[in-house]
Design a protein around this ligand. Structure first.
Ligand code: FMN
Length: 330
């Protein structure tokens, strides 16, 4: 007690914020709730997450990626988080990297776990009559469904990038017809977000979910220009400014839902989400069931150490519990 009083006296002067602006997204309501002691589970397309944080699609196919994926899967199991794999393209034709992606035995069967392919591969497999390979992939990984990433900006700038022969929306419609009710389909961008007309057309299709992959965090236009490091590529940086952030995309989704009946049942708000306050704010703002997703930030902690990753997620959990009890979105 006396130590605490001494601490307070020493730290009081240091504690004042540098600005008097508080986070204006929230009303702070200290009188209306008890301290929380648990967090309510969140349903996600027929499964249940213990905490509404999604581990967004990242990696696989190298020694380092194997380690990171296994660590992320352990975190998913420990905290009850859903997880999306990075592109599983390498598994379509070879099992060399299967262990990198074979995370269901770690995660367990109760939590949502999804495979991932790019729209370019899907277009190609439909064209070649090889869609059975997608079903085999989902079966082999014991995944609940598939993320389809739509990333024309990244592919355009990638030195070895694919070219789409058709608009992605047509390929997605065909995939929906082929997959039917066999497994779930979620469509995502990878960090540039999705504009209003594309969102509107996407939300009219019979997809199960969308992940925003919004602008404001990891930026694959920049990454590919850096990787390219060529004379022409260096003039392409203006493309790294193109996209839609989570605020914009959520407003668009809400407008579309006001105007039309939509089939989409789940949103993962991702792209530039920094912490539980962003996550809580955006999940509350979205008029469809929503959880929040992180890729880049999660990766940094996973690369540091297991302890760091687990501490980070524990803090997210405690922060989210606090927010849902004492903060109201304005
Ligand atoms: C290292 C890394 C690899 C990624 N690979 C994939 C991928 O294979 N497939 C995919 O759909 N998204 C991929 N993403 C994109 C993320 O899923 C996410 O949409 C994007 O990074 C924005 O979230 P963030 O700002 O929290 O990083 C990757 C992201 C990172 C950081």
């Amino acid at each position: 007690m006396s130590q605490r009083k001494t601490d307070h006296i020493k730290m009081a002067a240091l504690s004042a914020p540098s600005t008097s602006n508080s986070d204006e997204r929230f009303y702070y309501e200290p009188l209306l709730a008890a301290h929380p002691n648990k967090i309510s589970p969140h349903s996600f397309l027929g499964k249940e997450m213990k905490f509404p944080l999604w581990i967004s699609s990242m990696t696989g196919g190298s020694v380092e990626a194997n380690k990171i994926n296994h660590l992320l899967a352990e975190a998913s199991a420990e905290f009850g988080l859903g997880m999306g794999l990075g592109s599983c393209r390498s598994l379509l034709y070879s099992d060399e990297f299967f262990d990198d992606f074979n995370l269901r035995p770690i995660i367990g069967t109760a939590l949502p776990f999804y495979a991932n392919l790019g729209i370019a591969q899907i277009e190609q497999m439909i064209e070649n009559g090889e869609v059975d390979k997608i079903h085999e992939l989902i079966f082999k990984l014991q995944a609940d469904g598939l993320f389809v990433h739509v990333n024309p900006t990244q592919e355009w700038l990638q030195p070895e990038g694919d070219r789409f022969k058709r608009p992605a929306i047509e390929t997605i419609q065909e995939l929906i017809d082929i997959v039917g009710d066999q497994y779930k389909l979620i469509v995502k961008e990878v960090g540039q977000g999705i504009g209003p007309e594309s969102l509107s057309q996407l939300l009219k299709l019979k997809i199960d979910g969308i992940e925003l992959g919004a602008f404001g965090g990891t930026n694959f236009a920049s990454i590919e220009i850096m990787r390219n490091n060529g004379r022409i590529a260096n003039f392409m940086y203006p493309l790294a400014t193109i996209g839609h952030n989570a605020d914009e995309m959520i407003a668009m989704i809400n407008d579309i839902c006001d105007d039309h009946e939509v089939n989409c049942k789940q949103v993962i708000v991702s792209g530039g989400i920094r912490n539980f306050l962003d996550g809580y704010y955006y999940s509350e703002k979205t008029n469809l069931p929503a959880v929040y997703g992180m890729a880049g930030v999660m990766l940094q902690h996973a690369m540091s150490s297991k302890e760091d990753l687990f501490d980070f997620i524990e803090a997210e959990k405690q922060g989210y519990m606090y927010a849902s009890s004492f903060l109201k979105v304005r």
